[in-house]
Design a protein around this ligand. Structure first.
Ligand code: SF4
Ligand code: FES
Length: 368
């Protein structure tokens, strides 16, 4: 029987988990889940080599390993740093890490325009979410921002370079999903820009996935641009038999009209995997199948309640009036965790607001 590899114990924000050697701190934090997982603007687990560009995933390593307990002298990019056995990591519990994330957002916004009201990505933009969570209300930047002409790259994709944060994800899609890459990052430093070589159009079966991986509104779907705001659409899961891709998609509908087709995303905003393979979709499914009868509808897509897209999608939902801070006597919660999977006493099927009186151990004792 082959030896099972020794697992490494790593503790992130006081929560311990075990992962295989070679796992990055970011993926270990995602295993724990919730707010412990650092934000990631350039890393994309389904794209080999991605990460290490944006620095939004910085964390502090307070103890290197059980063998060498020295802390790491600087904050590290968690998407590019592997865990060691006995490592102690601080993510959202360390004020220096939060301060650094603020600074990274400020840095990203130096050149990124705040044009969310007219940007097609609004409501599903990672940078918009990150700025709400970690951004400052003002900017200290006084110089002229760089701007670019909008460019058509291929029949389906519009490039708005002014919004690009140079995360490189789209170039990895082109390298890893299509047979030849015809676009890339040209020039250096603040002159860097995404463009196609000699204005070659991007035209191959999987190029549309660049739109899905772009964390901001730099690459948008020309067939959907300015047709609607995402929060006015009704997203439904649907599938079709496709010889080229997995055929599992989200249809973004308005009435009977299919306005947009995208791949399905997981809780980290990445394309969902099926049978261990990423569910990238082909351009035929994405751009050519825009009729409801092209698809088998499975039902409404689950939309994150705190996302702007969730607006109006939860009719009848009664939210508590008091905030957690009020309940905690003015203190802010430092960490929110879902403990159902590790707790023996809590049962997610029991609605604590609906039982008479306070909960006791009997509340959670299964009926004989
Ligand atoms: S266009 Fe989008 S995906 Fe490509 S590098 Fe810029 S931000 Fe990243
Ligand atoms: S997500 Fe780690 S550096 Fe960008």
């Amino acid at each position: 029987m082959p030896d099972t590899p020794k697992l490494y114990k790593v503790t992130i924000d006081n929560i311990t988990t075990e992962v295989e050697p070679g796992t990055t701190i970011l993926m270990a934090a995602r295993k724990i889940g919730g707010d412990v997982a650092p934000p990631a603007m350039c890393f994309y687990s389904k794209l080999k080599g991605s990460g290490g560009k944006c620095r939004t995933c910085l964390v502090r390593v307070a103890k290197g390993s059980a063998v060498d307990p020295r802390p790491m002298p600087k904050l590290v990019a968690s998407c590019r740093t592997n865990v060691m056995d006995g490592m102690l990591v601080e993510s959202m519990t360390n004020p220096d890490v939060l301060e650094a994330r603020n600074a990274v957002v400020e840095f990203l916004l130096i050149n990124h325009p705040l044009d969310c009201p007219v940007c097609d990505q609004a409501g599903e933009c990672d940078l918009q979410d990150l700025s709400y969570e970690h951004g400052k209300e003002g900017t200290r930047y006084e110089f002229k921002r760089r701007t670019f002409e909008q460019e058509d790259i291929g029949p389906y994709i519009k490039l708005h370079m002014t919004r690009c944060i140079l995360c490189y994800r789209c170039t990895y899609v082109a390298d890893q999903l299509t047979d030849k890459r015809v676009h890339g990052i040209l020039d250096r430093g603040d002159q860097s820009e995404i463009s196609t070589y000699i204005s070659k159009a991007i035209d191959n079966d999987f190029s549309g996935n660049m739109i899905d991986v772009c964390p901001v509104g730099a690459l948008t779907d020309k067939t959907f641009r300015f047709k609607n705001r995402v929060w006015f659409t009704k997203p439904v899961n649907a599938h079709r038999d496709c010889a080229t891709c997995c055929g599992k998609v989200i249809l973004w509908n308005r009435g009977d009209e299919v306005l947009r087709v995208t791949a399905r995303k997981d809780e980290w905003g990445e394309v969902q995997s099926y049978d261990g393979k990423p569910g990238w979709i082909c351009n035929t499914c994405r751009f050519d199948k825009k009729h409801l009868n092209d698809w088998v509808i499975e039902g409404l897509t689950n939309i994150k309640r705190h996302s702007v897209i969730g607006q109006g999608k939860y009719p009848g939902l009664v939210m508590p009036n008091e905030t957690i801070t009020e309940v905690m006597g003015g203190r802010d919660p430092k960490l929110m965790m879902d403990i159902h999977s590790i707790s023996d006493v809590n049962d997610r099927d029991i609605n604590l607001s609906a039982i008479p009186g306070p909960a006791t151990s009997e509340t959670f004792t299964p009926n004989p």
